[in-house]
Design a protein around this ligand. Sequence first.
Ligand SMILES: C[S@@+](CC[C@H](N)C(=O)[O-])C[C@H]1O[C@@H](n2cnc3c(N)ncnc32)[C@H](O)[C@@H]1O
Length: 314
Amino acid sequence: MTSHNKPDDPIAGRLLESALRGAYGRTPENVALAQLLMAASCAEEANRALNAAINHVRFDPHERDKAVKRLQRMRTLWDQTPEAFASIKAVMHSLDHPSARDLHPSPEAWARIFDDAVGVSREASVALYCLGRADLLRAATDEIVERIRAWNLLRDDVCVLDVGCGSGRVVEALARHVRTAIGIDVSMHMLQAARECCAACPNAVFVRTSGQDLSVFRDTSVDLICAVDVFPYFVMSDLAQRHIGEMARVLRRNGHLLILNYAYSNDPTASENELRRFAQEAGLYVRHSAMGKFSLWDGTCFLLQKTTQQERST
Ligand SMILES: C[S@@+](CC[C@H](N)C(=O)[O-])C[C@H]1O[C@@H](n2cnc3c(N)ncnc32)[C@H](O)[C@@H]1O
């Protein structure tokens, strides 16, 4: 091994991989920076890892210039967001509650955890990769809504349901394009933040639910369901299969379900296979699946439709 791929500093070496994911464009720069800050035990350690990454890529004959530029942009982003390390660590501390380590944490446990997290940072509690910044969160949300719009799923006669709506950013961004936007969540404090976020949206409605199912909704009453970064919690609570079944029940014929991030897993293929199996059992067809296609987020994207094989082939 040459000196450039084996950094002398063992601490920086541990974190180097996070920085290099950003350097080589494998994850967006803000995501790589958030992952680096999440993994570092102090800001100085993250700083050393960034320096080690710059040193490392200098020896790459093919990608050097682009990689150095990306690392410099990560550093600039951090300079512009000096509170990022503290915000990320504070939210991680709330999420690291002992009940989150149960084999299958209950929805009530997640409610308490997210009640605390949103009190720490409205932005970072729903998306650590936004580094606690409202402007980055807004840009990431706009990108999601633009994707939904490009699929032609937004019309003024549409009823959309955002499951696990958190502090309401997606409901707020969707409400102006649809007839009704309903947000549900288990966390009372998240819902309080969501109501404030949507104070100027007369067609936005929020409901606190048990998190076990969608029993407050009638069959075939919704055109579009969005589930942004909530399925990983269903998976951890062992409620993913039940929720996919419930979503299929609540969707109108030909309605769509958008799942952004299905699981926080080291085996994305196994997770996708599980999602496909549950979807098939529920009568949902996977129209689209993609990884890493957002410019500010590395989330996976699945668009499902309630349609029969016969309808698809005619
Ligand atoms: C990472 S946040 C994402 C929030 C929002 N979708 C967003 O992207 O801004 C996850 C949210 O899921 C909610 N949640 C967790 N388990 C839930 C359940 N079983 N039913 C409904 N919401 C749940 C949490 O309270 C939290 O608001």
